[in-house]
Design a binder for this molecule. Structure first.
Ligand code: GRF
Length: 185
């Protein structure tokens, strides 16, 4: 049985999808959710799902408090699902090759600082891309630069808005992220 912590900063629809997917699977346990945002909607979802969620501000990630909490709870693996804070060195060092992230575009394109949420899809549309998709990758010290584990593509049509692309990408996330987590962990 692997204990997996979910990190999220926003709505948490991926978090919810992942928890529901593994609900009856005794090999994977999702005992807690961590957010760097106190008012993130992921906390509401967590309540409904019956999974405890915790808010830690940035400094407490950086000063080792979050790491101590993860270790105390015997967390084996960390999944970032819409987590917007840079994971600090102390956590990366304690979890080598045990942190993965999902990025809502086809890295190495549209990655890096400032490339999150709707900004990514807006850039894809502005650049007249004909495809976008998802990238699941290991997390290292630099944004969006860890080893890529999986990508899936969707078509971007000339008339698509950033919202249209976001909807297609979310669909890919829901379809593939839990499955890939299962394989990697
Ligand atoms: C997803 O598109 C994810 O790829 C990105 O942030 C979004 C989070 O959505 N990193 P949600 O909070 O899971 O609804």
């Amino acid at each position: 049985m692997k204990n997996i912590a979910l990190f999220a900063s926003g709505s948490g629809s991926n978090v919810e999808n992942i928890i529901r997917y593994f609900r009856d699977d005794t090999n994977f346990n999702f005992p807690l959710i961590i957010s760097n945002k106190q008012d993130a909607y992921v906390h509401e979802r967590a309540k409904k799902l019956g999974v405890p969620s915790f808010f830690y501000k940035k400094e407490r990630f950086e000063n080792g408090e979050v790491l101590a909490f993860l270790l105390k709870n015997q967390i084996d693996f960390i999944v970032l699902a819409g987590f917007l804070l840079k994971v600090p060195h102390n956590i990366i060092q304690a979890y080598p090759d045990k942190i993965i992230n999902i990025h809502p575009a086809l890295l190495p394109k549209f990655g890096g600082k400032g490339m999150f949420g709707s900004h990514v899809h807006e850039a894809v549309v502005a650049n007249k891309e004909t495809e976008s998709g998802i990238t699941i990758h290991y997390v290292n010290e630099n944004y969006d630069e860890g080893q890529i584990v999986f990508q899936a593509k969707c078509e971007v049509l000339p008339a698509d808005t950033a919202e249209d692309v976001a909807a297609k990408v979310h669909e890919l996330e829901y379809r593939y992220f839990p499955e890939i987590i299962g394989k990697i962990v």
